[in-house]
Design a protein around this ligand. Structure first.
Ligand SMILES: [Zn+2]
Length: 373
């Protein structure tokens, strides 16, 4: 009887101790969760928060507040404590090896501002590649322009050395591949879109045909063989009618041309005027906007010299309202690589045409600013 009682007593004692231990653990757990939650509340992930606690950096992180780069650092296996302060000052980018690349760039001697700039101008692999090379000078010169590309760095330096052009022109030219020989190693554009850019560095395949090719009524054109992409043709008809209402008479003299037709034209002009003329005035097959079905050579029914007609005056002020731009004005010869063609209009849609009209830029510049990814 006595023995049994003693046994019971010791069980109770043990249970009490276990209870106390449980309570302590539970209190510690609650405290731990509240610490984690205070970090999560200001944008840190569960994983980052746990690491912040175990590295004893909670107070530091709370003093900084929400910071995506810091969060990425504490989530990453590449985290290095000695760079903690720098992480918090470098602008975050969603890149797989962000912290590893930041570490490498810090070791190379780049400032926080430099590193933010580098990260913002390339993909994860571009940055990794750049981080491995010797520290470069002239970083700010090119990369203060939002559309400068990390992977083009060497070409910017070469182009600016060779031409003496300013940084803006240099970045623009290289992004457009103008540092490469024309008609060579061109980028092949496969998909039709109203904002597609075709020029001496960006070509169409022989088989390329515009979407929705329709023939153009003779009412609007010089003969019955003309055709174009439906969206551009409809836009032209609207423009034609608006001009007509004001007493101007527009006409399409040339429109969609297949690869083969462009080839014939090149050969014809070469025989007539020689290579130099073809180089400046006629696009090589595959490199002509006419193959997109979005370009029209427009004339006046009242005058043989379009540039001197009142229709030309009208179209200069109004084309953008219908989604057209004069594609090769004299002022952009250096960018487009074509001599002035007052008659060549390209459909790009109202939004782009209006922007180009209002900001006085070429389609090439628009492309670099807004369409090039
Ligand atoms: Zn043309």
């Amino acid at each position: 009887m006595k023995k049994k009682f003693r046994l019971k007593k010791s069980i109770v004692k043990r249970l009490k101790i276990a209870g106390v231990i449980c309570a302590v653990f539970f209190a510690v757990f609650l405290f731990y969760r509240s610490q984690i939650n205070s970090l999560k509340k200001i944008g840190y992930s569960e994983k980052a928060s746990v690491n912040i606690l175990f590295q004893f950096k909670k107070d530091y992180v709370l003093s900084i507040g929400e910071n995506k780069t810091l969060n990425a650092a504490f989530e990453s296996n590449d985290y290095e404590e000695k760079y903690l302060d720098q992480y918090s000052k470098i602008e975050y980018q969603n890149q797989e090896h962000l912290i590893k690349n930041i570490n490498t760039l810090i070791k190379k001697g780049y400032s926080n501002a430099d590193i933010s700039m580098i990260l913002a101008h390339g993909s994860d692999s571009d940055v990794s590649e750049f981080a491995e090379r010797k520290k470069v000078n002239y970083l700010e010169e090119f990369f203060s322009l939002p559309y400068a590309k990390l992977k083009n760095y060497d070409r910017y330096v070469d182009y600016s050395n060779e031409t003496g052009e300013d940084d803006e022109t240099t970045v623009l030219a290289v992004n457009l591949d103008m540092d490469k020989e024309t008609y060579k190693d061109a980028k092949v554009i496969k998909n039709f879109s109203t904002d597609m850019l075709v020029n001496k560095h960006r070509s169409l395949e022989k088989e390329f045909k515009p979407e929705d090719l329709v023939s153009i009524d003779e009412k609007y054109s010089s003969d019955d063989t003309q055709a174009g992409s439906r969206i551009a043709v409809n836009a032209f008809i609207k423009m034609y009618k608006a001009a007509k209402d004001e007493g101007y008479d527009l006409v399409i003299n040339s429109s969609y041309r297949s690869y083969e037709e462009q080839e014939e034209i090149c050969n014809m002009y070469r025989e007539l005027y020689g290579d130099n003329y073809v180089l400046n005035y006629v696009a090589m097959p595959g490199f002509s906007e006419h193959q997109t079905g979005l370009a029209f050579d427009i004339g006046s029914r009242n005058s043989n010299i379009f540039a001197q007609s009142k229709e030309y005056e009208w179209i200069q002020k109004n084309a953008h309202k219908y989604g057209f731009i004069q594609r090769f004005p004299a002022k952009y010869e250096a960018i487009t690589g074509f001599r002035s063609e007052p008659w060549h209009y390209r459909y790009v849609g109202k939004k782009i045409a209006t922007y180009i009209y209002e900001h006085n830029i070429s389609f090439e510049e628009y492309y670099v600013l807004f369409l090039d990814s």
